[in-house]
Design a protein around this ligand. Structure first.
Ligand SMILES: NC(=O)c1ccc[n+]([C@@H]2O[C@H](COP(=O)([O-])OP(=O)(O)OC[C@H]3O[C@@H](n4cnc5c(N)ncnc54)[C@H](O)[C@@H]3O)[C@@H](O)[C@H]2O)c1
Length: 244
């Protein structure tokens, strides 16, 4: 398929579970992709832009660096994220600062830099990564949940503010996805990740938690012309499992 032939994209969190699927699938459909993560040495891509998203100087220059490397910037996927676990009494100042820096401030800085670049080219698509937990709170993760609510709100604001420039801003909102983020959480709590995921599978009406590709498909749709009339949408991808 060549849905993204001639298109260029920047993907953050490109070495992670969902991010690596997004990069692989965008490239398979013809896009040239710049990848950002702390370590991108194992990621096949058209431009490698490693760095730490808590470093404001790095983040502020990332969209332009992708533009310079690829010659254009049609698509920005703000996928990187970290999860901070535990109720509010367990959350340190550093947990709060770091979660907001990666999950909210970095996408804010990236969108701020990408919008003028895309506007000058006549348009573009930004896909942010919120969560079902950004729309309704899951239990005992207040710092993570508020960060995902913030990115959902930013998406709605920018979707409205920049539609007139041909820039569509939307977000994907997954429930549980089988990635290192989910597995390390189980391991930290002393559970065997494979057993815990098998148990979690039974809580999902479709019968299984999402695989990274299930989420990447929706990211690609939102980035594509098929979603040409969507601006500020928060798209839940949850296998039928509501947050309770
Ligand atoms: N896995 C799930 O169940 C789930 C559910 C809902 C939403 N999400 C969201 O999906 C996105 C992708 O998550 P994933 O499950 O693939 O997780 P993951 O841990 O596999 O990947 C996240 C990536 O972000 C990168 N990253 C984190 N902090 C960074 C920093 N400071 N600088 C640069 N890169 C950094 C990591 O190195 C990693 O490669 C996240 O925004 C996450 O919140 C995941």
């Amino acid at each position: 398929m060549t849905r993204f032939h001639g298109k260029t994209a920047l993907v953050t969190g490109a070495a992670g579970g969902i991010g690596s699927a997004i990069v692989r699938m965008l490239r398979a459909e013809g896009a040239r992709v710049a990848v950002a993560d702390r370590d991108v040495s194992g990621v096949t891509a058209d431009a490698h832009l490693p760095g730490d998203l808590t470093d404001a100087l790095y983040v502020d220059g990332l969209a332009q660096a992708a533009f310079d490397a690829l010659g254009a910037l049609d698509i920005l996927v703000n996928n990187a994220g970290i999860i901070t676990r535990g109720d509010i009494t367990k959350a340190s100042d550093e947990d709060f600062r770091r979660t907001m820096a990666v999950n909210v401030e970095a996408p804010f800085r990236l969108c701020r830099a990408a919008v003028p670049i895309m506007a000058a080219a006549g348009g573009g698509a930004i896909v942010n990564t919120s969560s079902c937990w950004g729309l309704r709170p899951g239990p005992d993760h207040p710092v993570y949940v508020m960060s995902k609510a913030a990115i959902a709100s930013l998406t709605q604001c920018l979707g409205r503010d920049h539609a007139h420039q041909g820039i569509r801003v939307n977000a994907v909102c997954p429930n549980e996805v089988d990635t290192p983020m989910l597995r390390t959480g189980f391991a930290l709590r002393g559970f065997d990740p494979a057993t815990a995921i098998a148990e979690l599978d039974r809580t999902v009406p479709l019968g299984r938690v999402a695989q990274p590709e299930d989420i990447a498909e929706v990211v690609l749709f939102l980035a594509s012309d098929a979603a040409r009339y969507m601006c500020g949408a928060l798209v839940e991808v949850n296998g039928g499992k509501a947050v309770s």
